[in-house]
Design a protein around this ligand. Structure first.
Ligand code: PMP
Length: 432
């Protein structure tokens, strides 16, 4: 067993001052048992805790570190920006560069507003959709997570389901009433909801590939069907690409599935590890945002120059790397094949979902296509698997309801180590 005494001590102290000892719920390892590791540093594919244990890590700060930890270009860009002060609260040249870069990479985005997190991006996007359409209701999908805005904590995925709080106390009934939910991948259900709420739906918000109930792919025709329905009914289609943006392609999931959103929300990778989010889309809609339009949205630190320096460096590197997405896919496919070989060897029929560099292993034999099927996964078994992986040097997201993220630093050597850890872990939880 590896020593975790420093993490243990820090966690005990943290719990006196921070709710649950963590600044975001899933970090607490509550769903998998044990105490969270307190992290000291990370480089490339490896993360090091306060007891100097090093792990290959597949969380990547829940997505942003797609180029691996300690990217020297991003670090240099941040160091340079810091020399000029940390914040001005006034327009800067780098914001213009950043906006141009995003509009250039994501075809459906003609104008973009920077914010400080994915949550801010999605909250702002639905306010905008409501302001633009003059309607109140929104449709979201069960198991999709769009941050912790009140309207989204209804049948929410990610930490909300991991901790058994898909519908949070504190959200008023009035707000909850305006959020209608449908099963993911179920177009008929969306049609029915729209019909029953004729002329009242402002927006449909969807993770074009869901990552917050584990990785769940859109069924053939699902995104296209949402697009046509929104066109027919004057509904704003919001793709929440906080996770998939710049991860699945330069144009996110939209680039892979060739379906364009009216508004796209972005986060994670766009900040290169700094707190950044953004929402953007069609000019006619974005021009409803203040000060051009009537829909108010603001931020003291929005477009922060240090955060923009990190984000712009990240996007520039992604934009210039012609083989990035093919390389990431190849490494993730090798993982998938390795895991599958282990499952076959051990006679286990568990399900895996993968697209590009997002992958989830579910402890169920059912096809996982929505929230209900995701929930058939054996969570207790996942907890055991998580701990065995950790004991074997691999740090996974401490929840079944998350996607793993592969970074550019996961090379053949790291893939080999992860696959071997997977073999040992699967064997240990089933046959020891
Ligand atoms: N949308 C999606 C799809 C997400 O995955 C997340 C975060 N995991 C968010 C929104 C919220 O982003 P943040 O945690 O930066 O507020």
């Amino acid at each position: 067993m590896t020593a975790h005494s420093n993490s243990q001590r820090l966690f005990e102290e943290a719990q006196n001052y921070i709710p649950g000892g963590v600044n975001s719920p899933v970090r607490a390892f509550k769903a998998v048992g044990g105490n969270p590791l307190f992290i000291k540093s990370a480089k490339g594919a490896y993360i090091t805790d306060q007891d100097d244990n090093a792990y290959i890590e597949l969380i990547n700060s829940w997505g942003p570190m797609i180029l691996g930890h300690g990217n020297t270009h991003i670090q240099a860009a941040v160091a340079k920006a810091i020399e000029d002060s940390l914040s001005f609260g006034a327009p800067t040249a780098i914001e213009v560069e950043m906006a141009k870069m995003i509009c250039g990479m994501v075809p459906s985005i003609e104008k973009v507003r920077m914010v400080n997190s994915g949550t801010e991006a999605t909250m702002s996007a639905i306010r905008l959709a409501r302001g633009f359409t003059g309607r109140d209701k929104i449709i979201k999908f069960e198991g999709c997570y769009h941050g912790h805005g009140d309207s989204f904590l209804i049948a929410a995925g990610s930490g909300a389901i991991t901790l058994g709080q898909p519908d949070s106390p504190g959200v008023t009934q009035g707000v909850a009433r305006d959020t209608l939910t449908a099963p993911y991948n179920n177009l008929d259900s969306v049609h029915e909801i729209v019909k029953a709420n004729d002329g009242q739906i402002a927006a449909i918000i969807v993770e074009p590939v869901a990552g917050n109930m584990g990785c769940v792919l859109p069924a053939e025709g699902f995104l296209e069907g949402l697009r046509s329905l929104c066109d027919e009914e004057g509904i704003v289609l919001i793709f929440d690409e906080v996770m998939t943006g710049f991860r699945l392609s330069k144009a996110g999931a939209q680039g892979v599935f060739n379906v364009q959103a009216d508004i796209t929300t972005l986060g994670k990778i766009i900040g290169g590890g700094m707190p950044v989010g953004a929402y953007g889309g069609k000019k006619e809609i974005m021009d409803y945002v203040s000060p051009q339009g009537p829909v108010y949205q603001a931020g003291t630190l929005s477009g922060n120059p240090v955060a923009m320096a990190a984000g712009l460096s990240m996007l520039t590197q992604i934009n210039e790397d012609e083989t990035l997405y093919a390389d990431l896919s190849k490494a993730t496919e090798a993982l998938e094949e390795g895991f599958q070989a282990n499952l076959d060897e051990l006679g286990l029929g568990y399900t895996m979902n993968r697209i590009g560099s997002m992958i989830s292993l579910f402890f169920t034999e059912e096809h996982v296509v929505d929230f209900d099927t995701a929930k058939t996964s054996n969570i207790e078994l996942f907890g055991k698997y998580f701990r065995e992986m950790l004991n074997n040097g691999v740090y996974l997201a401490p929840s079944q309801y998350e996607s793993l993220f592969i970074s550019k630093s996961i090379t053949t050597d790291a893939v080999g180590k992860i696959v071997e850890a997977n073999r040992i872990a699967l064997k240990a939880i089933h046959y020891n």
